[in-house]
Design a protein around this ligand. Structure first.
Ligand SMILES: [Ca+2]
Ligand SMILES: [Ca+2]
Ligand SMILES: [Ca+2]
Ligand SMILES: [Ca+2]
Length: 716
């Protein structure tokens, strides 16, 4: 006789019925679950000592046995043949219950029975004693399904950011706070406002230096300390760089971007130029160089991850492509959506937006619950963290989760994985557009919502992309009048296969266009880039409040919307002038096209998409599977600090080109099994990144105003 399922199960008993308690089928005729009707202590799992082959239907036998014991038969337990759940009536007395047990014990057809008791099973990591955790909807949204970052399953698998350090570049962090202290990293911290190692915020008359502490709590607030909240990456360490509490200069910014860059893995920057709808500004020369140096030499050469907020100028028609931090290819540009997944009034849109995550919304929609400082009126906890300021640290925390499972992800791998995994959803306003590589992007939402589960599972199986290559067109002098809307002025540039041969570029990442436009009211101009596939990007949005008469002087606009597409083909730039009256004549003086990408073929892009989707079941996260990681470069922990800013400037100006060239060369050789086609050859139209415009060091420093990015209706 074959070894039947029931024999096999009998060997495993008694644990199985207990484990499967929750899979009991509802018994027809009994309401299920009737409150109090069949609860532990009143229920028995029973295995009958007969089988269907004995000539009696097991269901009938079970019914008879249950009646003899004075119990109700609730039917077969799950898929376990011969196993039934019996229950005592809702209001039975203890002595009646024990009598039933005696009947079962003595019954000849009962092979085994067990009175069920509640099992002590904690929902792993899901239950915290932190009093505000239940209100952290962005982590677990019970009201609006799917409107959270989908992180709890990652935590259950012990992915909490362990081994990763995130630094909050802001107005300081109160690291003595209960929720911050356990994960605080003094090694990654610094105070550039007071020039000391301690980034403790200074209370000021406006009481608003709580910003960095709130961001730090979102990332790494300690769990299960009966205090406030839980961070996205509560196993990570969090550092603070205090830089926003005072005048900020280009050199301070440059120091901040590379501070302790072998300790700090992720830089969370919730600030930027003014969001007034008429500013065009970004990192100045040293800041630019520092960003580039960070991605080349930070994290032992894998590259610092710079996460920046897209800005809060939505109500001013601001667009993050006028923000050079967002626009930079070196940054992960993160926008905000509200609890409904809609763009809140303050959020900005742009073609270089990589993805969005949650923050505050209009009206009654909830804000972000996080740690707060306890200085001044602070309680150490807030339910009112708002704006794209609150979104960027959530993204930084999610990157920390990715880096735990795959520490050798490069700065570009992180951007790729976001593009491959961000989730789309129904939103009439979003205007999702699919590019020819199958990536869907919205100027409002980037590639979609960051999803921690998808990010981490993709990270686990992600092999580093080939090294970065770029292509630059010559400067294209046009001197062409810009037509009035709805007419457009179009200029084109054809990138041929021969143009791409030396760099080996096949598919695109960022596409940038440096534009010089003369216009007496530049906000009237709208600039659209069309990639060879036909994918359109509004790289320069029309901004009615920008009345600046100086036009754009070689401003670099970027888009991520052509990600993964073939690089070869004709690129078009279309300009139109939303002028009132006939007098505002604008001119496109010149432009230059810059493509960034790699030798990854179009087919490889599609293959990676499949690999990523195949990993979404969590099977690689569950197993001991791991891809090999190269060790990284041995880079001195701090190549700039503690130099003075003057020495820093000189060093950067004089030495950076050589330094970067050598570092990047090393990086390519060491990490990416260099393909010699892309190296050491320079000619018009072809370059690796160290030669690009990004390194042009032009006008010198001016103190800049950098505003923390917060919602207008911030509670404090
Ligand atoms: Ca200090
Ligand atoms: Ca806590
Ligand atoms: Ca802005
Ligand atoms: Ca960016």
């Amino acid at each position: 006789m074959a070894f039947s399922l029931s024999h096999f199960l009998a060997l495993l008993l008694p644990p199985i019925p207990l484990l499967l308690l929750t899979t009991v089928k509802p018994h027809p005729g009994f309401g299920w679950p009737e409150s109090g009707a069949c609860v532990p202590g009143r229920s028995w799992a029973v295995r009958l000592g007969a089988s269907d082959e004995d000539g009696r239907r097991l269901d009938d036998l079970a019914e008879a046995v249950a009646q003899e014991a004075g119990l109700q038969n609730w039917g077969q337990i799950g898929q376990l043949e011969g196993h039934y759940l019996f229950c005592y009536a809702p209001h039975g007395q203890p002595e009646e219950i024990s009598a039933a047990a005696k009947v079962l014990a003595a019954h000849p057809d009962v092979a085994w029975h067990s009175q069920e008791q509640p099992l002590r099973r904690a929902k792993r990591s899901m239950e915290f004693n932190d009093p505000r955790y239940p209100k952290q909807w962005h982590l677990h949204n019970e009201v609006r399904a799917g409107m959270d970052i989908n992180v709890t399953g990652v935590w259950e698998r012990n992915v909490t950011g362990s081994g990763v350090t995130v630094v909050v570049v802001d107005d300081g962090i109160q690291h003595t706070l209960q929720d911050i202290q356990p994960n605080y990293s003094p090694e990654g911290s610094y105070d550039l406002n007071s020039n000391d190692p301690d980034p403790m915020p200074h209370p000021d008359s406006r009481g608003d230096n709580h910003h960095g502490t709130r961001c730090a709590g979102e990332i790494a607030a300690a769990p299960n300390n009966s205090f406030c909240a839980v961070g996205v990456a509560y196993g990570s360490r969090v550092a603070g760089i205090r830089v926003l509490d005072g005048p900020l200069t280009d050199s301070m910014e440059a120091v901040a971007f590379n501070k302790h860059y072998q300790v700090n893995d992720v830089y969370s920057c919730s600030w930027g130029p003014e969001d007034d709808g008429r500013t065009v500004d970004g990192p100045h020369p040293l800041g630019k160089v520092a960003l580039q140096h960070g991605v080349i030499a930070g994290r032992r050469g894998f590259g610092s991850i710079f996460v920046v907020a897209s800005g809060n100028g939505g109500q001013n028609e601001d667009d993050c492509n006028y923000d050079g931090y967002a626009n930079s290819i070196y940054t992960v540009t993160i926008g905000a959506v509200d609890e409904n997944g809609r763009k809140p009034f303050y959020a900005e849109k742009c073609a270089s937006m990589l993805a969005v995550t949650f923050s505050s919304g209009d009206g009654l929609l909830r804000s972000i619950v996080t740690s707060d400082w306890s200085m001044q009126q602070g309680t150490g906890c807030t339910e009112g963290h708002t704006g794209t300021s609150a979104a960027a640290p959530l993204a930084a925390g999610m990157v920390a989760l990715m880096l735990q499972v795959r520490p050798c992800l490069t700065w570009r791998d992180v951007q790729h994985i976001i593009a491959y995994t961000a989730t789309k959803y129904e939103d009439k306003e979003a205007d999702w557009m699919a590019n020819s590589a199958g990536f869907r992007h919205s100027h409002l939402h980037g590639f979609g919502l960051l999803n921690a589960w998808r990010l981490v599972n993709a990270a686990k199986v992600w092999e580093s992309v080939p090294f970065l290559v770029s292509y630059q067109s010559p400067v294209l002098r046009e001197e062409r009048t810009i037509h009035a809307h709805p007419l457009v002025s179009t200029v084109t540039w054809n990138v041929t296969a021969a143009d791409l041969l030396e760099s080996g570029m096949q598919t695109l990442e960022h596409v940038s266009v440096a534009v010089t436009v003369s216009h007496p009211r530049r906000g009237n101009v709208e600039i659209t880039l069309i990639c060879p596939s036909g994918m359109t990007s509004v790289i320069g949005a029309h901004r009615s409040m920008d009345v600046d008469p100086s036009g754009y002087n070689d401003w670099t606009f970027s888009t991520v919307r052509c990600w993964g597409e073939r690089a070869e083909g004709v690129y078009s730039l279309q300009l139109t002038d939303y002028r009132q009256g006939a007098l505002n004549i604008g001119v496109l003086n010149q432009w230059k096209l810059i493509l960034y990408g790699s030798s990854m073929s179009f087919d490889e892009v599609k293959a990676r998409q499949r690999v990523v989707e195949d990993a979404m079941g969590g099977q690689y996260l569950n197993s001991s599977f791991s891809l090999p990681c190269p060790p990284g470069l041995d880079i001195p922990p701090e190549s700039f600090s503690p130099l003075t800013s003057n020495i820093l400037k000189s060093l950067l100006l004089l030495g950076c080109l050589a330094l970067f060239a050598s570092l990047y060369y090393m990086l390519e050789v060491t990490l990416f099994h260099v393909d010699s086609r892309g190296l050491c050859r320079r000619r018009r139209g072809h370059s690796n990144i160290e030669e690009g415009d990004e390194l042009e060091v032009g006008s010198m420093l001016a103190p800049e105003d950098k505003e923390p990015i917060m919602g207008r209706h911030s509670s404090t």
